[in-house]
Design a protein around this ligand. Structure first.
Ligand code: SF4
Length: 225
């Protein structure tokens, strides 16, 4: 109960802040991992997500979208939220954006989808009408943090500005930071464009390609250490 209470309290504080209250300095990316506890194993974690009702997205989801891939992956991809196709199938990055991500993994990294780990910040799809999903991301974040802890990737490639912002606490524009490598405790973060953006802006594909090549080179160097 204490853990649930803490999670709901943090969510409430964020909503109040969004309404204009300025009595707290808490921001989404500053919230600590230990705000509430989640299972330490991947099966238990997925079961917790499947049965999660910590935010109101549980009411509108068809299926939760946990993520998939190798638990020994060197590279983890993190997007922002499930699409309609992901919501209906329960699988992460399927559909047109998923096909593009798969092609990037196979053709640039020379890996299969099974050799990387793919997930989103949010495990349940928000309604299209939602203006902000900040509070839900904060509530959901411990699941992602535990996935990172379990997989222990060497490199996290964030897809789109939202994933980058919540992983780094950096509000810089994606155009400015994409392709740069930010070292964290035991992994590096490499921001690049979301496949949905690339579908809308094919001219940006060459930049995403260049970003992924940097990621590949980094992993190759780290493997030699
Ligand atoms: S989005 Fe995350 S916190 Fe909200 S109900 Fe789904 S799993 Fe739970």
């Amino acid at each position: 109960m204490k853990n649930l209470h803490n999670a709901l309290l943090l969510k409430q504080l964020l909503i109040l802040k969004q309404l204009g209250y300025r009595y707290t300095d808490i921001t989404p990316s500053e919230l600590k991992d230990e705000s509430w506890e989640v299972p330490n194993d991947i099966v238990g974690l997925q079961e917790a997500v499947d049965g999660c009702h910590l935010c109101e997205l549980s009411k509108s989801r068809t299926k939760s979208v946990f993520g998939e891939g190798s638990l020994n992956a060197d590279i983890m991809f993190i997007g922002s939220k499930p699409s309609a196709t992901e919501d209906s199938t329960g699988r992460v990055f399927v559909g047109r954006a998923g096909n593009m991500l798969t092609a990037m993994i196979e053709n640039v990294l020379h890996l299969s989808r099974d050799e990387v780990y793919i997930t989103n910040l949010l495990k349940c799809k928000p309604l299209e009408s939602r203006v902000s999903i900040s509070a839900e991301i904060v509530t959901c974040k411990p699941y992602l943090q535990k996935q990172i802890e379990i997989v222990k990737p060497k490199l996290i490639i964030t897809l789109g500005s939202t994933a980058y912002k919540y992983l780094t606490n950096d509000e810089s524009s994606l155009e400015k930071v994409r392709g740069s490598i930010i070292q964290k405790d035991y992994y590096a973060i490499l921001p690049t464009y979301h496949p949905n953006y690339l579908l809308r802006n094919p001219s940006a594909k060459k930049d995403a390609l260049s970003d992924l090549i940097k990621g590949k080179e980094l992993i190759e160097k780290l493997t030699l250490l």
